[in-house]
Design a protein around this ligand. Structure first.
Ligand code: T1G
Length: 704
């Protein structure tokens, strides 16, 4: 009997309990355990029904993703499901928390589904680049209809228990004590002599037609841009109109195909990389330090970033106090937050009660002294060294030494700021991204002084805000901005000088999969923001010309981007549509001729290759300098904070798929053609010479 599945007889009911922490993944041991207890139940006298449930927070997060890279040992989940479905007695499943992927597929093979009112049920396989492979594309259509099933599987986000009941996926929803309620439900079935009800024998209520398929794909077009898994999903669900045996065989073949796809390898890499980046390795193991409880947070500076960060904490349930010495700024901040909640209420994302409750926890003050009872204080004032030092030293004088002080700087030296305080160990950078309340990424910037307690509190903050945390050592631009400025955006500018247009560069990279091209991102964030960042950079380091000639000239000309209606593009009043502007092309031509740069036709392929390779090259530099601990961390930063396509896996994973010797050969090609800043990084040369990869580098460097 496996240790992950327990069996107990309660009168005529055999209770089977899965216990495989932390998420009851349906690993080999669970599958074997289920087969063992079903066999035992079949031979136990007096058993007239089975109840399958789980212990812990959730029912099950599905198949064990960690097993995907190895041949799946018998019994398979399909074999477990056939045993359950063909039992001569009713089998009930009780779902609490979450039933995802293979977990929901197991539930759909049971004869009756019972769910707690707060439970959620979903098929997130598409987020891993695979299709449901344990009957999900065959049983779900039989339970809720092919069209609804297509919607649920393409979307990947779980539905509530009440929605699931309305769709016919769940038979009954329980208010409280799950186990007791589920046992009552089984007894009622026995009283009503309700027998087994194999889902596989059900007939489809509807058939998919091309219009519905097109509509469903269109509804998810943005999320599925550049992806292919959706085509396999459609093919599999179409097969659900066939006899079950035929459909399940087609699903199995398509599932195998999806599992082997580059898209899935990339998405699984990002899945585990996001979970790994949340852990500290080596001398900074967070386990040594228990972070203090976080109930109250204070933000200094009520600008756009300060207000967004404040909202993120309020959304996470914390008490919030925002401070600014300008009462008008506080009023503006409150109005911005209030109107953001109002639009969320209009879009039915939250209720008015929730909006009101959150505004009650959003307090503001001009008195800095009032922040002393906050468990954490984050400064988000204007990006100026002297101003930030002044704020930090004032906070240092009024806060107890163990209290964490964080700075939201994106360009200044966190080390220098921390040394403006008496306790540099309690200072670090919490680099949020616009919009702070919604962006997934949080760059945690540690200095050589940052203490383990401070670091583990920062990780606690990320978990509370449901953000993906990545640790960066303190250096100019940390991980993301450094690679953006010295690699990706810089190369985009160079391509403009050599003959490409902003629209051509942006479209080429958006076709590669980026959410938005570099020039459009610059116009959205404000070209002046980039210029200010470079002014800070040049106080610490130099960069040879040309380095953001065009963007800095646009700033001088007041072409700041969307906020001024003109930037790399022009924008009609009230529109965010980026329209080409001849004045910009003229400016670029002039800057190029001033530097004797010959302009030429440039292919989209060259644009993508140069922008991505420069990202990879600077990424390797960031690794070599120890600013990022893992190549996988860089992939997390770029996929969760800079719009790099998740289904490509991030720049470093992508480099591995290209092969580092090919990457090196192409970088050397551009080094010869374009000069010094394309010099290949030694780490790439070494790994290519060893026939190695960034993934292997991660494995060896983090194990040291
Ligand atoms: N398999 C293996 N490990 C898993 C796992 C899974 N399905 N889900 C989570 N973990 C690990 C995770 O790596 C982490 O480990 C720990 O559990 C806690 O996770 C046949 C083929 C459930 C919403 O896509 O979305 O079924 O880092 O930090 O924030 O058709 O995990 O501590 O060592 O994320 O509370 C489909 C994936 C599988 C769901 C919990 N299922 N998981 O979030 O904790 S494919 C999914 C999640 C499938 C079938 C197919 C989330 C969660 P560690 P966590 P969390």
């Amino acid at each position: 009997m496996s240790g992950t599945v327990a069996f107990e007889q309660v009168g005529p009911i055999g209770v089977i309990c899965i216990s495989n922490p932390p998420v009851n993944a349906i690993s080999h041991s669970v599958r074997q355990g289920l087969i063992d207890v079903i066999t035992r139940a079949e031979t136990s006298p007096g058993i007239r029904a089975l109840l399958i449930m789980s212990s812990g927070e959730i029912f099950s997060a599905g198949a064990d993703i960690a097993e995907f890279d190895h041949p799946q040992g018998e019994p398979s989940l399909q074999q477990v499901q056939s045993r359950i479905e063909s039992l001569p007695i009713p089998v009930v499943v009780a779902i609490h928390g979450l039933a995802l992927g293979g977990g929901l597929e197991l539930a759909m093979a049971c004869h009756y589904r019972f769910a707690h009112k707060n439970a959620k049920l979903g098929m997130p396989e598409i987020t891993l680049g695979i299709i449901p492979g344990a009957g999900g594309t065959q049983r779900l259509p039989r339970l809720i209809g092919a069209c609804a099933a297509l919607g649920m599987i393409l979307f990947g986000t779980p539905v509530s228990a009440l929605d699931a009941k309305a769709k016919g996926l769940v038979d009954e929803v329980a208010e409280n004590d799950m186990r007791e309620a589920a046992l009552r439900f089984c007894e009622r079935l026995l009283r009503d002599q309700a027998g087994p009800r194999p889902t596989c024998n059900r007939t489809l209520a509807d058939h998919l037609n091309e219009t519905e398929i097109a509509a469903a794909l269109q509804a998810h077009a943005r999320a599925l841009k550049g992806r292919t898994t959706q085509d396999l999903v459609v093919e599999a669900i179409k097969a659900s109109k066939l006899p079950f045996g035929q459909g399940i065989a087609i699903e199995a073949a398509l599932a195998q195909k999806s599992l082997a796809s580059r898209e899935s390898l990339a998405l699984r890499h990002v899945f585990f990389a996001e979970r790994e980046s949340g852990k500290l390795s080596g001398q900074f193991s967070a386990k040594q330090a228990q972070p203090p409880a976080l109930r109250r947070v204070a933000i200094i500076g009520a600008g756009t970033m300060g207000s967004g960060i404040a909202m993120a904490f309020v959304d996470a349930g914390l008490e919030m106090l925002i401070n600014d010495n300008d009462p008008a700024a506080l009023t503006r901040s409150r109005e911005i937050v209030q109107s953001t909640y109002a639009s969320s209420v209009r879009r039915r994302r939250i209720t008015q009660d929730i909006a009101d409750e959150r505004m009650r926890r959003f307090r503001s003050t001009v008195a800095l002294a009032e922040v002393t009872d906050a468990d954490l204080v984050i400064e988000a004032v204007f990006e100026d060294m002297e101003l930030k030092k002044d704020v930090l030293s004032k906070l240092d004088s009024i806060l107890p030494p163990e209290r964490l002080i964080a700075t939201n700087t994106s360009t200044l030296s966190v080390t220098e700021l921390s040394l403006a305080t008496a306790y540099p160990g309690r200072v670090l950078g919490l680099h949020f991204f616009v919009p702070a309340q919604a962006s997934k990424l949080l760059e945690i910037v540690r200095t050589d002084h940052t203490s383990p307690e401070t670091l583990s509190t920062a990780f606690r903050v990320a978990k509370l805000l449901k953000k993906v945390a990545v640790v960066s050592r303190d250096a100019f631009g940390f991980i993301g901005n450094r690679m953006m400025l010295d690699g990706y955006f810089r190369e985009a500018e160079q391509l403009l000088l050599e003959g490409a247009t902003p629209a051509q560069v942006d479209t080429a990279l958006e076709n590669f999969g980026f959410a938005m091209g570099p020039q459009r991102v610059s116009d959205l964030g404000g070209n002046d923001v980039g210029t200010k960042a470079r002014i800070q950079l040049f106080k610490r380091e130099s960069r040879p010309d040309p380095y953001f000639l065009i963007a800095d000239r646009l700033t001088e000309m007041g072409r700041l981007g969307q906020k001024t209606g003109r930037g790399f593009y022009r924008y009609e009043d009230g529109s965010r549509e980026a329209l080409p502007d001849a004045e910009v092309v003229d400016l670029i031509e002039k800057l190029a001729s001033e530097r004797g740069i010959l302009r030429r036709e440039i292919s989209d392929q060259e644009i993508v290759e140069r922008c991505i390779l420069s990202l990879i090259n600077v990424g390797a530099m960031v690794l070599e300098e120890g600013i990022a601990a893992r190549a996988a961390d860089i992939d997390v930063v770029w996929t969760s904070g800079y719009g790099f396509p998740r289904h490509v896996g991030g720049p470093m994973f992508y480099a591995d798929t290209l092969g580092l010797s090919n990457v090196l050969q192409r970088i050397r090609h551009y080094h010869e053609k374009l000069g010094h800043y394309w010099r290949p990084v030694r780490l790439i040369e070494r790994l290519a010479a060893e026939g190695s990869s960034f993934e292997q580098w991660d494995r060896t460097s983090t194990s040291q």
